[in-house]
Design a protein around this ligand. Sequence first.
Ligand code: GCW
Length: 651
Amino acid sequence: MPHPVPVLPEGVDPAWLPSAAFRPLGSRRTLIRGSGPLVETVHGEVAEACARFGGRVDRDAAPEPYDLVLELTGDDSSEAFGYERVDGRTTVTATGQRGLLYGFFHVVRLGEEAFGGDCQRVLHEPALGLRMVNHWDNVAVHPVMGQVERGYAGGSLFWADGRARGEFERVRAYGRLLAACGVNAVSVNNVNVHETEARLLTDRIGEVADIAGAFRPYGIRTHLSVTFAAPIVLDGLETADPLDERVREWWAGATARVYEAIPDFGGFVVKADSEGQPGPFAYGRTHADGANMLAAALEPHGGTVHWRAFVYDHRQDWRDRTTDRARAAYDHFLPLDGAFAANAVLQVKHGPMDFQVREPVSPLISAMSHSTLAVELQATQEYTGQQRHVCWLGPMWSEVLRFAADQEGPAFEELVAVSNVGDDPFWTGHPLAQANLYTFGRLAWQPDADPVVILDEWIGLTFGAGPAAGLHAVLDGSWRTYEKYTAPLGVGFMVQPGHHYGPSVDGYEYSPWGTYHFADRDGIGVDRSVASGTGYAGQYAKPWAEIYESPDTCPDELLLFFHHVPYGHVLKSGKTVIQHIYDTHFEGVAEVEEAARVWESLAGLVTPARHQRVTELFVEQLRCAREWRDQINSYFLRKSGVPDERGRVIY
Ligand code: GCW
């Protein structure tokens, strides 16, 4: 029986799967061959499209020509599919059900193009086997962080006020959107695992099983964040020592029960010894000991532990100039390279600090050559405008993924994004933030893809051709625009403490979090050179260690991440640092003004609901960008005493 396509609740935005996207396929004749649950999903999709647009779908070939044949030829776990178009017929073949599902969505993405001209057989397969979104959703509302930690899109799709929401139709629709851009795994709760959330592992696993059931028809496996202290918190054991036999047995038993409830469960995500979460350090054990214990519990069931490398001292003394937070992940984990079990994946944030608008790529990613790695990106825009500002992160992510690859391909096996989705009718708060989630999925499938092609694909699917040029103009340069009006030249932070929205130049300057810019009357930046600084630059292999080591060779955009320089230091661009600060801040605001004008001109070409929401958000983005410009410029004018060459208004 074909699975019905999920019905969107009234008023919920269809995102990149509006019904118009199904017209080319839905108005033609399709033959589907093969059997299995995901084949039924594909059948349901095609049947729904045909019912809408007058086409026809069969499971057994009738003696008539078909425009499209979707054929499952095996029953393996492959996600690949072949695509060809010969003599007026498009054929997708796959040896695994997920491959067929992805082949189907490939046809949807191509639209009319899938039915014109000829195309020799091309094999499409994902470069990375796991493409996961992590939700930082709390079950119970957290007193400080709310329902969703760093969530800017309303409440959680899964949880509300301590309970499961039970809105599975919406979860299924979410799974469908994810599958359409290639995502195949979701973790459903925050990596900071509080008391209520700890129970999802045991007596509340049924609630997770229900969510897994909603995702399953779209080929998505469900993962769970767990607390390392679970044996203590949930069962009163006096230790969580990973080498203690009772602890190991506890995890083996708990994990077996998880698989009774969810036979295709993906595994655990763990934040340990990080920002107050419990971990193996308390028992004098290493992170490999901790990860491997959980890996051992998961191994008989085919599961994986994602162990996060975001481990650093968050109680640092700002007076201490020898401790450098940027060094921490590498210093902690490099000695453990090769010590992790085969099903333990080290999940590394893309940069060494924390999802800033500009950071170098974490040196750990290329260094851990004997470990399985997942690179973690942040689709939720914690430090990049909190889904009130337009900031399409495709170019940044693409730079990261290309840096972390060589001729043989990526130095990592998996890609993860912290989700930017909530129960907001537009899914992501800012309707244009949907582009980030879509781009993530497509880059996870093909990390060396051109992000601009992905952007245009997203625009075409979501909005159609009419407003495409305007949308492209609004989104394409938006990350660099955001960078221009916020913290300069890779120095990072300068945000309001706690919630991280809006400017506060010294907000984190004398804090314990290890996030400093060291601006004084003469200069600014963090000396991370080997010669005179924290030595962080030496964590890179050549040539990068040498390039970053000297202010003469360090790329402009990372200069203040690696070096403390005088305001008069001349950049490769030919400008002084101080003049660069002034110019970029004026430019950044001007670019937002221009983007808002372009958006205004799209009224009538996009739906009124989308137009209105984005228009409202541009008012806030402009206000906030001006605030950034004026605070940053005034701060540095006052510190340095160097006037703007162009004599513009600085306060
Ligand atoms: O970016 C920081 C956030 C925390 C988050 C942490 C992490 C889930 O400010 O809210 O906690 O990173 O990645 O663990």
